[in-house]
Design a protein around this ligand. Structure first.
Ligand code: ATP
Ligand code: MG
Length: 501
């Protein structure tokens, strides 16, 4: 660009206008809130404002969290839940798809419910709902998770049999049940359909057989996690502080999704029943991490909960490595989007398409390190400033004596998806020190390495780790053998080195 052009662009008027109408962060009055009624997240990059989250000024209390594996999604969720519990006494229910939260929940003194390992949920429990509404919800879950919507006759048979089971058990379809009568289970429903088949008078026996087959997958002996008397009481769970509902013991995604849908349906009903109270903050937060169909299907209650907005003081957090697994309606309706590092352009396109941030922010998101985030807020009032800004680091409590080395940056898309590939390593400080001493690295270099790691908040990616070691004049061979002995594959070591060169 020629000098003359630059001078033109920097003409007084325009320069002022860009600065005044498009400062790069929302005004600090909206970022910095009353500490007794908000949650500290981190410091903004541009103006160094401590960002404290509240939904008082936002369209609703719901959040989405996206980013590649190892980018810090779960770290953010944990930090957020702990602080919400301090500040507002918020209860949290984590629908724990892969069982990745249960260790932390246990450590924090919370409760763990494990389906597939001794806990059961009866899908037909009413939990305060009318049977007629529960039938619709169950059919909705079957619509989302099975092919039943393609078979209207089977759908009718199934829905009728569910209704009949409630009637047989003494319930009245259009009334909230009183007393503690046991709900029927899917086994009763399958039983009714089988009887009908046996009678032999029904016109389309093949339809009946298929309807039976479909339901049996959820009620078969050994896989009847949702067709037995419930061992958990969702009503109590919603008031139990911190709870992880571990779904990792269930045989497949379909079972996990069924559990998640059921829990969301029930919590949504509770939320509607309880309504708004004058208390500050959030009563409960429900977390859905990697919940695939539950977050992507528009018929899911995740979307209803988000659409119903702020009035119930229930927050929903939806987190995923794969933003395209999160329905567009979630992205564009949640009050807060937390965007951690994103690698794939198609994911970036999807998010940018929903949130409309600038090319500048897009570039920044591609360069984020672990724990750094772009945050997009939807304020209730219309605004004259960009609503997306960068946080240098999500500030949370990390163990002081452990270094974490992340590998995600070096992995391909397929490797990232492969659950058998380790994506981060933890090195305890004394261990690292003794390994380096063993390798005859001098004390100054060891101290240098450790203080650089500390300065990075004890968290680096492998490339950075290699760069720091080489920066302290360690021999290349020594670094390689150190990494090998820590269990990192030669292939990744090569990648880490070749980036640096
Ligand atoms: N803001 C942060 N400050 C300090 N450590 C962090 C931060 N964010 C993440 N970490 C650490 O980085 C590692 C990866 O983070 P985390 O488990 O949250 O990633 P994730 O995005 O949930 O990954 P996955 O998709 O594989 O579940 C963890 O050891 C975590 O403690
Ligand atoms: Mg995670």
């Amino acid at each position: 660009m020629s000098l003359i052009k630059i001078q033109k662009i920097m003409g007084n008027e325009l320069a002022k206008r860009t600065f005044i109408t498009r400062p790069p962060e929302p005004p600090y009055e909206l970022l910095l809130n009353d500490p007794t009624d908000s949650i500290f997240i981190g410091i903004t990059r541009r103006f160094g404002v401590p960002f404290t989250w509240t939904f008082n000024t936002l369209t609703n209390p719901h959040l989405s969290v996206v980013g590649i594996t190892g980018s810090g999604k779960s770290f953010f969720v944990k930090t957020f839940l702990i602080r919400a519990s301090y500040v507002w006494g918020t209860n949290a229910i984590i629908i724990d798809w892969a069982g990745e939260y249960k260790g932390w929940v246990k450590q924090s003194g919370g409760t763990i419910v494990s389906f597939g390992k001794g806990d059961y949920l009866n899908l037909m429990d009413l939990a305060g709902a009318k049977p007629i509404d529960r039938v619709k919800q169950i059919m909705n879950s079957l619509d989302i998770l099975t092919d039943i919507s393609n078979f209207p006759e089977q759908k009718r048979l199934t829905s009728e049999a569910i209704e009949q089971s409630y009637l047989n058990a003494g319930f009245i379809m259009a009334s909230v049940p009183v007393g503690d009568r046991d709900a029927p289970t899917l086994k009763d429903v399958v039983g009714l359909l089988e009887e009908k088949l046996q009678e032999g008078t029904y016109q389309y026996p093949a339809e009946l057989e298929n309807a039976i087959y479909r339901l049996r997958q959820f009620s078969r002996e050994g896989e009847d996690y949702f067709a037995q008397k419930s061992t958990i009481d969702l009503d109590r769970i919603i008031r139990s502080g911190l709870v992880a509902i571990d779904l990792s013991g269930l045989p497949d995604e379909k079972f996990r999704a069924l559990a998640a849908l059921f829990i969301l349906q029930t919590l949504k009903e509770k939320m509607r029943l309880e309504g708004w109270s004058a208390a500050k903050g959030l009563k409960a937060i429900i977390v859905l991490d990697e919940a695939w169909k539950v977050a992507s299907d528009e018929r899911s209650d995740a979307i209803t909960i988000i659409r119903e907005g702020r009035k119930y003081q229930f927050g929903l957090i939806v987190a995923s490595q794969n933003p395209t697994d999160i329905n567009e309606a979630i992205f564009s309706n949640v009050g807060t989007n937390i965007i951690l590092k994103i690698k794939f352009q198609k994911f970036m396109d999807y998010i940018q398409g929903s949130l409309n941030f600038s090319q500048f922010i897009r570039g920044e998101i591609g360069k984020l390190g672990v724990g750094q985030a772009a945050i997009d807020l939807s304020f209730q009032t219309s605004q004259q400033f960009p609503s997306t800004f960068i946080i240098n680091r999500i500030v949370g409590e990390v163990p002081l004596d452990v270094y974490t080395i992340t590998l995600a940056d070096l992995l391909t898309e397929n490797e990232l998806r492969d659950l058998s590939i380790q994506k981060e390593y933890s090195l305890e400080k004394p261990f690292l020190r003794s390994k380096l001493i063993e390798s005859e690295v001098n004390t100054d270099a060891i101290d240098g390495i450790m203080s650089e790691l500390d300065a990075k908040n004890r968290l680096v990616d492998l490339r950075e780790f290699v760069r720091i070691m080489l920066g302290q004049r360690l021999q290349r061979e020594l670094v390689v053998s150190f990494l090998r002995s820590s269990g990192i594959s030669d292939q990744l070591i090569t990648r880490a080195f070749s980036y640096g060169e």
